[in-house]
Design a protein around this ligand. Structure first.
Ligand SMILES: Cc1cc2nc3c(=O)[nH]c(=O)nc-3n(C[C@H](O)[C@H](O)[C@H](O)COP(=O)(O)OP(=O)(O)OC[C@H]3O[C@@H](n4cnc5c(N)ncnc54)[C@H](O)[C@@H]3O)c2cc1C
Length: 415
Protein backbone atom coordinates (compact mmCIF):
# COMPACT_ATOMS: atom_id res chain seq x y z
CA UNK A 1 0.00 0.00 0.00
CA UNK A 2 1.28 3.49 -0.84
CA UNK A 3 2.08 5.71 2.12
CA UNK A 4 1.83 9.48 2.31
CA UNK A 5 3.72 10.84 5.26
CA UNK A 6 2.88 14.35 6.41
CA UNK A 7 5.52 16.17 8.44
CA UNK A 8 3.93 18.68 10.83
CA UNK A 9 0.35 18.80 12.11
CA UNK A 10 -0.81 22.38 11.64
CA UNK A 11 -3.38 24.04 9.39
CA UNK A 12 -1.82 22.79 6.18
CA UNK A 13 -1.35 19.23 7.46
CA UNK A 14 -4.92 18.86 8.70
CA UNK A 15 -6.32 20.04 5.39
CA UNK A 16 -3.91 17.99 3.33
CA UNK A 17 -4.73 14.77 5.18
CA UNK A 18 -8.48 14.90 4.60
CA UNK A 19 -8.13 16.36 1.08
CA UNK A 20 -6.11 13.30 0.10
CA UNK A 21 -9.07 11.07 0.91
CA UNK A 22 -11.49 13.42 -0.83
CA UNK A 23 -9.19 13.26 -3.85
CA UNK A 24 -9.44 9.48 -3.92
CA UNK A 25 -6.13 8.46 -2.30
CA UNK A 26 -6.66 5.00 -0.82
CA UNK A 27 -3.28 4.28 0.73
CA UNK A 28 -1.91 4.90 4.21
CA UNK A 29 -1.76 8.47 5.57
CA UNK A 30 0.47 9.23 8.53
CA UNK A 31 0.72 12.70 10.08
CA UNK A 32 3.61 13.36 12.46
CA UNK A 33 3.49 16.51 14.60
CA UNK A 34 5.87 17.96 17.15
CA UNK A 35 3.02 19.28 19.28
CA UNK A 36 0.78 17.21 21.50
CA UNK A 37 -2.36 18.32 19.64
CA UNK A 38 -4.35 17.47 16.58
CA UNK A 39 -4.09 20.27 13.99
CA UNK A 40 -5.61 23.40 15.49
CA UNK A 41 -6.39 27.00 14.57
CA UNK A 42 -3.65 29.39 15.61
CA UNK A 43 -5.47 32.71 15.01
CA UNK A 44 -7.55 32.43 18.23
CA UNK A 45 -4.33 32.08 20.26
CA UNK A 46 -4.01 35.87 20.26
CA UNK A 47 -7.77 36.43 20.30
CA UNK A 48 -10.59 34.31 21.79
CA UNK A 49 -8.35 31.62 23.34
CA UNK A 50 -6.10 34.14 25.07
CA UNK A 51 -9.15 35.99 26.35
CA UNK A 52 -10.47 32.73 27.81
CA UNK A 53 -13.63 32.71 25.67
CA UNK A 54 -12.94 29.30 24.14
CA UNK A 55 -11.32 26.07 25.31
CA UNK A 56 -8.39 24.38 23.54
CA UNK A 57 -10.58 21.60 22.11
CA UNK A 58 -12.68 24.21 20.30
CA UNK A 59 -9.56 25.20 18.36
CA UNK A 60 -9.11 21.81 16.73
CA UNK A 61 -9.70 22.05 12.99
CA UNK A 62 -11.42 18.67 12.97
CA UNK A 63 -12.22 16.21 15.73
CA UNK A 64 -10.32 12.95 16.18
CA UNK A 65 -13.30 11.06 14.71
CA UNK A 66 -12.83 12.81 11.35
CA UNK A 67 -9.24 11.57 11.11
CA UNK A 68 -10.32 8.12 12.30
CA UNK A 69 -13.01 7.96 9.64
CA UNK A 70 -10.55 9.13 6.99
CA UNK A 71 -8.02 6.58 8.21
CA UNK A 72 -5.40 9.19 9.07
CA UNK A 73 -2.86 8.02 11.64
CA UNK A 74 -1.65 10.80 13.92
CA UNK A 75 1.66 10.61 15.79
CA UNK A 76 1.90 13.57 18.18
CA UNK A 77 4.70 14.95 20.40
CA UNK A 78 7.17 13.60 17.87
CA UNK A 79 9.66 15.34 15.62
CA UNK A 80 10.70 14.20 12.20
CA UNK A 81 14.45 14.61 12.58
CA UNK A 82 15.78 13.56 9.20
CA UNK A 83 14.71 12.65 5.69
CA UNK A 84 16.60 10.08 3.71
CA UNK A 85 15.51 10.66 0.13
CA UNK A 86 17.39 7.69 -1.33
CA UNK A 87 15.67 5.13 0.92
CA UNK A 88 12.45 7.22 1.10
CA UNK A 89 12.41 7.06 4.86
CA UNK A 90 12.26 9.53 7.75
CA UNK A 91 13.73 9.22 11.21
CA UNK A 92 11.59 10.23 14.16
CA UNK A 93 12.70 11.65 17.51
CA UNK A 94 11.62 8.37 19.15
CA UNK A 95 14.18 6.65 16.88
CA UNK A 96 11.59 4.96 14.70
CA UNK A 97 12.07 4.92 10.95
CA UNK A 98 9.03 5.36 8.70
CA UNK A 99 8.87 4.67 5.00
CA UNK A 100 7.04 6.90 2.55
CA UNK A 101 6.08 6.90 -1.09
CA UNK A 102 5.13 10.58 -1.04
CA UNK A 103 6.22 13.05 1.59
CA UNK A 104 4.44 16.31 2.47
CA UNK A 105 6.36 18.97 4.35
CA UNK A 106 4.01 21.26 6.30
CA UNK A 107 6.47 22.38 8.93
CA UNK A 108 5.19 25.97 9.26
CA UNK A 109 7.40 28.30 11.24
CA UNK A 110 8.70 29.16 14.67
CA UNK A 111 8.81 32.49 16.45
CA UNK A 112 11.66 34.84 15.76
CA UNK A 113 13.43 35.20 19.08
CA UNK A 114 14.69 38.40 20.60
CA UNK A 115 18.44 38.71 20.16
CA UNK A 116 19.43 41.41 22.63
CA UNK A 117 21.47 41.29 25.81
CA UNK A 118 19.64 39.36 28.51
CA UNK A 119 17.15 37.74 26.13
CA UNK A 120 18.55 34.25 26.67
CA UNK A 121 18.36 34.63 30.45
CA UNK A 122 14.85 36.09 30.12
CA UNK A 123 13.74 33.02 28.15
CA UNK A 124 14.62 30.96 31.22
CA UNK A 125 12.43 33.10 33.50
CA UNK A 126 8.76 32.41 34.20
CA UNK A 127 7.16 35.61 32.87
CA UNK A 128 8.81 36.13 29.49
CA UNK A 129 6.81 34.63 26.62
CA UNK A 130 6.51 34.09 22.92
CA UNK A 131 3.17 33.19 21.35
CA UNK A 132 2.81 30.50 18.72
CA UNK A 133 1.23 27.46 20.39
CA UNK A 134 -1.55 26.40 22.77
CA UNK A 135 1.15 25.60 25.34
CA UNK A 136 2.50 29.16 25.07
CA UNK A 137 -0.95 30.54 25.95
CA UNK A 138 -1.27 28.05 28.81
CA UNK A 139 1.94 29.46 30.29
CA UNK A 140 0.76 33.05 29.79
CA UNK A 141 -2.80 32.63 31.10
CA UNK A 142 -2.16 32.45 34.87
CA UNK A 143 -0.23 35.74 34.64
CA UNK A 144 -2.70 37.41 32.29
CA UNK A 145 -4.70 38.98 35.12
CA UNK A 146 -6.33 42.35 35.76
CA UNK A 147 -3.93 44.91 37.16
CA UNK A 148 -0.76 43.20 35.86
CA UNK A 149 1.73 45.25 33.87
CA UNK A 150 2.15 43.67 30.45
CA UNK A 151 4.90 44.78 28.10
CA UNK A 152 4.49 43.67 24.50
CA UNK A 153 7.55 43.79 22.27
CA UNK A 154 6.43 44.16 18.65
CA UNK A 155 3.58 46.17 17.16
CA UNK A 156 2.58 43.72 14.44
CA UNK A 157 -0.69 41.78 14.26
CA UNK A 158 0.08 39.41 17.10
CA UNK A 159 1.31 42.14 19.45
CA UNK A 160 -1.66 44.40 18.74
CA UNK A 161 -4.20 41.60 19.07
CA UNK A 162 -2.69 40.63 22.42
CA UNK A 163 -2.85 44.29 23.49
CA UNK A 164 -6.55 44.47 22.63
CA UNK A 165 -7.35 41.32 24.62
CA UNK A 166 -5.23 42.49 27.55
CA UNK A 167 -7.02 45.84 27.72
CA UNK A 168 -10.32 44.02 27.77
CA UNK A 169 -8.99 41.94 30.66
CA UNK A 170 -7.89 45.13 32.44
CA UNK A 171 -4.14 44.69 32.34
CA UNK A 172 -1.86 47.75 32.06
CA UNK A 173 -0.45 47.45 28.57
CA UNK A 174 2.65 48.92 26.97
CA UNK A 175 3.52 48.15 23.35
CA UNK A 176 7.06 48.76 22.07
CA UNK A 177 7.54 48.92 18.32
CA UNK A 178 10.94 49.48 16.72
CA UNK A 179 9.61 50.88 13.43
CA UNK A 180 8.30 54.45 13.28
CA UNK A 181 4.72 53.11 13.14
CA UNK A 182 2.77 49.93 13.92
CA UNK A 183 1.96 47.45 11.13
CA UNK A 184 4.56 49.30 9.05
CA UNK A 185 5.51 46.25 6.98
CA UNK A 186 1.99 45.61 5.72
CA UNK A 187 -0.12 48.78 5.69
CA UNK A 188 -0.11 52.42 4.62
CA UNK A 189 0.63 55.17 7.17
CA UNK A 190 -3.08 56.06 7.31
CA UNK A 191 -3.93 52.56 8.54
CA UNK A 192 -1.08 52.55 11.07
CA UNK A 193 -2.19 55.94 12.37
CA UNK A 194 -5.75 54.65 12.73
CA UNK A 195 -4.70 51.60 14.75
CA UNK A 196 -2.29 53.61 16.88
CA UNK A 197 -5.11 55.97 17.80
CA UNK A 198 -7.51 53.10 18.52
CA UNK A 199 -5.03 51.47 20.87
CA UNK A 200 -4.09 54.70 22.62
CA UNK A 201 -7.75 55.59 23.15
CA UNK A 202 -8.32 52.14 24.61
CA UNK A 203 -5.57 52.81 27.15
CA UNK A 204 -2.49 51.21 25.60
CA UNK A 205 0.79 53.02 26.20
CA UNK A 206 2.26 52.79 22.74
CA UNK A 207 5.86 53.67 21.87
CA UNK A 208 6.99 53.54 18.26
CA UNK A 209 10.53 53.98 16.96
CA UNK A 210 11.97 52.53 20.16
CA UNK A 211 14.80 50.02 20.26
CA UNK A 212 14.54 47.48 23.05
CA UNK A 213 18.07 46.94 24.26
CA UNK A 214 17.84 45.00 27.47
CA UNK A 215 15.74 42.89 29.80
CA UNK A 216 16.05 43.37 33.56
CA UNK A 217 15.68 40.28 35.73
CA UNK A 218 15.43 39.58 39.46
CA UNK A 219 18.79 38.66 41.07
CA UNK A 220 17.82 34.98 40.94
CA UNK A 221 16.87 35.30 37.26
CA UNK A 222 13.51 33.66 37.73
CA UNK A 223 11.45 36.68 36.63
CA UNK A 224 11.69 39.68 34.34
CA UNK A 225 11.21 42.98 36.18
CA UNK A 226 11.51 45.54 33.37
CA UNK A 227 12.22 46.12 29.71
CA UNK A 228 14.95 48.63 28.87
CA UNK A 229 14.97 50.82 25.77
CA UNK A 230 17.94 52.56 24.17
CA UNK A 231 16.26 55.92 24.79
CA UNK A 232 16.76 55.30 28.50
CA UNK A 233 13.14 54.34 28.99
CA UNK A 234 12.68 51.61 31.65
CA UNK A 235 9.28 49.92 31.61
CA UNK A 236 8.44 47.83 34.67
CA UNK A 237 6.80 44.51 33.77
CA UNK A 238 4.90 41.71 35.46
CA UNK A 239 4.98 39.82 32.21
CA UNK A 240 6.45 40.28 28.74
CA UNK A 241 5.11 38.91 25.45
CA UNK A 242 7.29 39.09 22.35
CA UNK A 243 5.74 39.12 18.86
CA UNK A 244 8.46 40.00 16.37
CA UNK A 245 7.78 37.63 13.50
CA UNK A 246 8.36 34.15 12.29
CA UNK A 247 11.14 32.04 10.83
CA UNK A 248 10.09 29.29 8.41
CA UNK A 249 11.01 25.73 9.47
CA UNK A 250 13.14 24.79 6.49
CA UNK A 251 16.15 23.07 8.03
CA UNK A 252 14.80 19.54 7.58
CA UNK A 253 14.29 20.22 3.86
CA UNK A 254 17.60 22.00 3.52
CA UNK A 255 19.62 19.18 5.08
CA UNK A 256 17.78 16.71 2.83
CA UNK A 257 19.10 18.71 -0.15
CA UNK A 258 15.84 20.30 -1.31
CA UNK A 259 15.98 23.76 -2.83
CA UNK A 260 15.34 26.33 -0.09
CA UNK A 261 15.27 30.09 -0.46
CA UNK A 262 13.31 31.99 2.21
CA UNK A 263 11.09 28.92 2.41
CA UNK A 264 10.97 25.53 0.77
CA UNK A 265 10.85 26.30 -2.94
CA UNK A 266 7.78 24.79 -4.63
CA UNK A 267 6.01 25.27 -7.94
CA UNK A 268 2.34 26.15 -8.43
CA UNK A 269 1.47 22.50 -7.76
CA UNK A 270 3.20 22.55 -4.35
CA UNK A 271 5.91 20.32 -5.77
CA UNK A 272 9.41 20.69 -4.28
CA UNK A 273 12.63 19.99 -6.19
CA UNK A 274 12.06 16.28 -5.37
CA UNK A 275 9.18 14.77 -7.38
CA UNK A 276 8.12 12.67 -4.38
CA UNK A 277 7.95 15.59 -1.94
CA UNK A 278 5.32 18.31 -1.80
CA UNK A 279 5.16 21.20 0.65
CA UNK A 280 2.45 23.62 1.80
CA UNK A 281 1.81 26.49 4.22
CA UNK A 282 3.97 29.06 5.99
CA UNK A 283 7.17 27.14 5.18
CA UNK A 284 6.91 27.48 1.38
CA UNK A 285 8.25 29.93 -1.14
CA UNK A 286 5.78 29.60 -3.99
CA UNK A 287 4.91 31.34 -7.26
CA UNK A 288 1.77 33.45 -7.33
CA UNK A 289 0.63 33.77 -10.96
CA UNK A 290 -1.72 36.68 -10.14
CA UNK A 291 1.11 38.68 -8.56
CA UNK A 292 3.62 37.45 -11.11
CA UNK A 293 6.31 36.58 -8.59
CA UNK A 294 7.30 34.24 -5.76
CA UNK A 295 6.18 34.85 -2.19
CA UNK A 296 6.18 33.24 1.22
CA UNK A 297 2.97 33.90 3.12
CA UNK A 298 1.99 33.46 6.75
CA UNK A 299 -1.75 33.08 6.56
CA UNK A 300 -4.43 30.49 7.13
CA UNK A 301 -6.17 30.89 3.74
CA UNK A 302 -2.83 30.29 2.01
CA UNK A 303 -2.03 27.21 4.12
CA UNK A 304 -5.44 25.67 3.41
CA UNK A 305 -5.44 26.46 -0.31
CA UNK A 306 -1.92 25.21 -0.87
CA UNK A 307 -2.62 22.05 1.12
CA UNK A 308 -5.52 21.25 -1.23
CA UNK A 309 -3.18 21.76 -4.18
CA UNK A 310 -0.54 19.49 -2.62
CA UNK A 311 -3.14 16.78 -2.02
CA UNK A 312 -4.34 17.06 -5.61
CA UNK A 313 -0.77 16.73 -6.88
CA UNK A 314 -0.26 13.54 -4.88
CA UNK A 315 -3.56 12.23 -6.30
CA UNK A 316 -2.28 12.90 -9.81
CA UNK A 317 -4.57 15.85 -10.44
CA UNK A 318 -3.60 19.31 -11.62
CA UNK A 319 -4.91 22.03 -9.33
CA UNK A 320 -2.59 25.04 -9.50
CA UNK A 321 -2.37 27.21 -6.42
CA UNK A 322 -3.18 30.70 -7.67
CA UNK A 323 -5.32 32.56 -5.16
CA UNK A 324 -4.87 36.17 -4.19
CA UNK A 325 -3.30 36.49 -0.71
CA UNK A 326 -5.66 37.64 1.99
CA UNK A 327 -5.53 37.91 5.76
CA UNK A 328 -7.52 39.16 8.73
CA UNK A 329 -6.87 40.55 12.20
CA UNK A 330 -9.35 41.16 15.04
CA UNK A 331 -8.64 43.97 17.49
CA UNK A 332 -11.31 45.26 19.88
CA UNK A 333 -14.58 45.45 17.93
CA UNK A 334 -12.70 45.97 14.64
CA UNK A 335 -12.29 43.41 11.89
CA UNK A 336 -9.37 44.20 9.61
CA UNK A 337 -9.38 42.23 6.35
CA UNK A 338 -6.63 42.67 3.82
CA UNK A 339 -6.31 41.42 0.27
CA UNK A 340 -3.40 41.66 -2.14
CA UNK A 341 0.08 42.94 -1.41
CA UNK A 342 0.33 46.70 -1.13
CA UNK A 343 4.08 47.02 -1.75
CA UNK A 344 4.92 49.33 -4.64
CA UNK A 345 1.66 51.30 -4.47
CA UNK A 346 1.73 54.93 -5.62
CA UNK A 347 -1.63 56.08 -4.28
CA UNK A 348 -3.93 55.31 -1.35
CA UNK A 349 -7.65 56.04 -1.68
CA UNK A 350 -9.95 56.03 1.34
CA UNK A 351 -13.56 54.96 1.13
CA UNK A 352 -15.37 55.95 4.30
CA UNK A 353 -14.17 57.80 7.34
CA UNK A 354 -11.64 56.31 9.80
CA UNK A 355 -13.27 58.41 12.55
CA UNK A 356 -16.37 56.22 12.11
CA UNK A 357 -14.25 53.05 12.58
CA UNK A 358 -15.47 51.58 9.31
CA UNK A 359 -13.59 52.30 6.08
CA UNK A 360 -11.45 50.84 3.31
CA UNK A 361 -7.98 51.85 2.13
CA UNK A 362 -7.41 50.99 -1.52
CA UNK A 363 -3.83 50.75 -2.78
CA UNK A 364 -3.36 51.77 -6.40
CA UNK A 365 -0.43 51.36 -8.76
CA UNK A 366 -0.53 53.11 -12.14
CA UNK A 367 -4.27 53.54 -11.62
CA UNK A 368 -4.97 49.85 -10.88
CA UNK A 369 -6.22 48.49 -7.56
CA UNK A 370 -3.48 46.16 -6.24
CA UNK A 371 -4.54 45.74 -2.60
CA UNK A 372 -7.17 46.79 -0.09
CA UNK A 373 -7.41 46.96 3.71
CA UNK A 374 -10.98 46.90 4.96
CA UNK A 375 -11.90 47.88 8.51
CA UNK A 376 -15.23 46.40 9.64
CA UNK A 377 -16.73 46.23 6.16
CA UNK A 378 -17.00 42.47 5.62
CA UNK A 379 -19.60 42.67 2.86
CA UNK A 380 -17.67 45.22 0.80
CA UNK A 381 -14.51 43.21 1.44
CA UNK A 382 -15.87 40.49 -0.84
CA UNK A 383 -15.95 43.05 -3.64
CA UNK A 384 -12.45 44.25 -2.68
CA UNK A 385 -11.15 40.73 -3.28
CA UNK A 386 -12.52 40.76 -6.78
CA UNK A 387 -11.33 44.29 -7.59
CA UNK A 388 -7.81 43.38 -6.46
CA UNK A 389 -7.79 40.07 -8.33
CA UNK A 390 -8.89 41.89 -11.50
CA UNK A 391 -6.39 44.70 -10.86
CA UNK A 392 -9.38 46.89 -11.69
CA UNK A 393 -8.69 50.31 -13.17
CA UNK A 394 -11.00 52.67 -11.30
CA UNK A 395 -10.82 56.43 -10.88
CA UNK A 396 -9.90 57.31 -7.27
CA UNK A 397 -12.93 59.60 -6.97
CA UNK A 398 -15.22 56.69 -7.90
CA UNK A 399 -13.57 54.30 -5.43
CA UNK A 400 -14.03 56.88 -2.70
CA UNK A 401 -17.67 57.55 -3.57
CA UNK A 402 -19.76 55.47 -1.18
CA UNK A 403 -22.89 55.98 -3.27
CA UNK A 404 -21.27 53.85 -5.99
CA UNK A 405 -21.54 50.15 -5.11
CA UNK A 406 -18.14 48.41 -5.36
CA UNK A 407 -19.87 45.60 -7.22
CA UNK A 408 -20.57 47.94 -10.10
CA UNK A 409 -16.84 48.52 -10.60
CA UNK A 410 -15.84 45.01 -11.62
CA UNK A 411 -14.21 44.79 -15.02
CA UNK A 412 -16.30 41.71 -15.80
CA UNK A 413 -20.00 41.60 -14.97
CA UNK A 414 -20.85 40.56 -11.38
CA UNK A 415 -22.19 37.02 -11.08
C1 LIG B 1 -0.94 34.12 17.47
C2 LIG B 1 -1.19 33.93 16.00
C3 LIG B 1 -2.25 34.58 15.40
C4 LIG B 1 -2.50 34.42 14.04
N1 LIG B 1 -3.56 35.05 13.47
C5 LIG B 1 -3.84 34.86 12.17
C6 LIG B 1 -4.98 35.46 11.57
O1 LIG B 1 -5.73 36.19 12.22
N2 LIG B 1 -5.23 35.18 10.25
C7 LIG B 1 -4.43 34.38 9.50
O2 LIG B 1 -4.69 34.16 8.32
N3 LIG B 1 -3.32 33.81 10.04
C8 LIG B 1 -3.02 34.03 11.35
N4 LIG B 1 -1.90 33.44 11.91
C9 LIG B 1 -0.99 32.67 11.04
C10 LIG B 1 -1.50 31.24 10.83
O3 LIG B 1 -1.78 30.66 12.06
C11 LIG B 1 -0.46 30.46 10.05
O4 LIG B 1 -0.34 31.04 8.79
C12 LIG B 1 -0.84 28.99 9.93
O5 LIG B 1 -0.87 28.39 11.18
C13 LIG B 1 0.12 28.26 9.02
O6 LIG B 1 -0.17 26.90 9.01
P1 LIG B 1 0.97 25.82 8.69
O7 LIG B 1 0.29 24.49 8.72
O8 LIG B 1 1.72 26.23 7.49
O9 LIG B 1 2.01 25.94 9.89
P2 LIG B 1 1.84 25.77 11.45
O10 LIG B 1 0.47 26.12 11.89
O11 LIG B 1 3.00 26.52 12.02
O12 LIG B 1 2.05 24.21 11.70
C14 LIG B 1 3.27 23.56 11.52
C15 LIG B 1 3.36 22.45 12.54
O13 LIG B 1 4.46 21.60 12.17
C16 LIG B 1 5.16 21.23 13.33
N5 LIG B 1 6.52 20.82 12.92
C17 LIG B 1 7.50 21.62 12.42
N6 LIG B 1 8.60 20.90 12.14
C18 LIG B 1 8.30 19.62 12.47
C19 LIG B 1 9.03 18.41 12.41
N7 LIG B 1 10.29 18.35 11.95
N8 LIG B 1 8.44 17.27 12.86
C20 LIG B 1 7.16 17.29 13.32
N9 LIG B 1 6.42 18.43 13.39
C21 LIG B 1 6.98 19.56 12.96
C22 LIG B 1 5.11 22.48 14.18
O14 LIG B 1 5.37 22.17 15.53
C23 LIG B 1 3.67 22.93 13.95
O15 LIG B 1 2.79 22.33 14.86
C24 LIG B 1 -1.64 33.58 13.27
C25 LIG B 1 -0.56 32.93 13.88
C26 LIG B 1 -0.34 33.09 15.23
C27 LIG B 1 0.81 32.37 15.88
Amino acid sequence: METVLIVGAGHAAGELATSLRQGGFEGRIVMVGAENHLPYQRPPLSKAYLSGEVQAEALYLKPQTTYDKAGVEFIGSTLVEAINRSTKTVTLSDERTLRYDKLALTTGGRVRRLSIAGAKEAEGSNNFHYLRTIEDVRRISPQFQAGKRLVIIGGGYVGLEVAAVAIKRQLHVTVLEGAPRVLARVTAPVMSAFYEQVHREAGVELHTGVAVEGIELTPTGDAVTAVLCSSGLRIPADLVIVGIGLLPNVELAEIAGLVVDNGIVVDEFAQTSDPDIVSAGDCTNHPNPILGRRIRLESVPNALEQARTAAATICGKHRPHNSMPWFWSDQYDLKLQMVGLSEGYDQVVLRGDPAKRSFIAFYLKDGNVIAADSVSRPVEFMSCKRLVTERAEVAPSVLADESVPLKSLFALPAV
